[in-house]
Design a protein around this ligand. Structure first.
Ligand SMILES: Nc1nc2c(ncn2[C@@H]2O[C@H](COP(=O)(O)OP(=O)(O)OP(=O)(O)O)[C@@H](O)[C@H]2O)c(=O)[nH]1
Ligand SMILES: [Mg+2]
Length: 291
């Protein structure tokens, strides 16, 4: 009997969860940004490690904000903690230990592996000091595994540690499958990444993408997508002078979509103001953020 189970990636915004997911999967399906609060919804990816199957659940970073969209995001992370066989708590090596302490309060004794991320950012002495600091909680975590995606360190150790703690269970999914997400949701996330990269201030947090239509063929996907924003001024900024910004967003998004699909992409983007969408349950549900 192989091992198979669900593993939630949990941590504060910007901890490196989506980057870790893409790295373990060997495919970029999750959006990544140097700006925090990038991921909004759970995303499932399936990684075969030798004979065993790990289903990773990427989640929004743990954070507290009043807005309904942020409450949805926190709920997504809490659901993943509740639904999984094992949690990976991601702590950037430069982080204060208090983020982990908060997770311990919240997670009510869920079995977890502590993953120290971004270890390329510090020297060996600092890494060892950080590991020593976490040792006071060694009876709380199953293992502590240091990794760096940037330097490609720790992948096999992490996968070995994970399967050690998974239950014996028949595969949940076809071992050939990479993700349970549909193409629409992956395209949406990659277009959001291009928005995060090209505009600043509050716009990344007050915009989203709705894929209206995809016309698929074997070599070309035609993608029609609407960018929604909260305010008319944000629409102006996204479009930019003579349409320069939306052109840049389109170019970056098209590249991400082409890398993922291996096809040529035709991308049609337009911007619509939907005042209050981040605060309206109905609007959030229309976008696919169902509580
Ligand atoms: N130096 C370094 N940077 C990293 C590493 N892993 C991730 N990052 C960077 O950390 C930033 C945040 O990465 P994400 O994967 O988007 O973080 P996240 O935890 O998914 O963030 P949210 O979705 O906002 O919760 C990006 O700029 C990544 O390039 C690493 O191993 N080393
Ligand atoms: Mg993320």
């Amino acid at each position: 009997m192989p091992k198979s189970g669900f593993v939630a990636l949990i941590g504060r915004p910007n901890a490196g969860k989506s980057t870790l997911l893409n790295w373990l999967l060997g495919e970029k399906i999750a959006m990544v940004s140097h700006k925090a609060q990038a991921t909004r919804k759970r995303l499932y990816a399936i990684v075969m490690h030798r004979e065993d199957q790990i289903i990773f659940i990427d989640t929004p970073g743990l954070h507290e904000k009043e807005r309904l969209l942020n409450k949805f995001m926190l709920e997504e992370a809490l659901k993943a903690i509740g639904d999984c066989d094992l949690v990976l708590f991601l702590a950037p090596v430069t982080d204060d230990i208090k983020h982990y302490e908060r997770f311990l309060e919240l997670s009510k004794g869920r079995p977890h592996i502590l993953v120290l991320t971004k270890i390329d950012l510090v020297d060996n002495a600092k890494l060892l000091a950080k590991i020593a600091e976490y040792q006071k909680y060694q009876d709380r975590f199953l293992e502590l595994v240091p990794v760096s995606v940037k330097k490609n360190i720790g992948k096999e150790d992490l996968l070995d540690s994970i399967v050690k703690h998974l239950p014996e269970h028949p595969y949940y999914y076809d071992p050939e499958l990479l993700t349970t997400e549909n193409i629409r949701d992956i395209y949406k996330e990659l277009i959001r990444e291009a928005i995060f990269e090209n505009v600043s201030d509050e716009i990344p947090y007050e915009s989203d993408v709705i894929i209206e239509k995809i016309e698929e063929s074997s070599t070309l996907d035609k993608v029609y997508a609407m960018i929604i924003v909260e305010k008319p001024s944000q629409k102006g900024i996204i479009i930019g002078k003579k349409g320069e910004t939306i052109k840049r967003i389109g170019r970056d998004a098209r590249r991400l979509l082409e890398e993922f699909s291996g096809k040529k992409i035709f991308l049609n983007l337009y911007v619509v103001v939907k005042k209050g969408w981040t605060k309206s349950k109905k609007e959030l549900e229309n976008i696919g953020y169902v509580f």
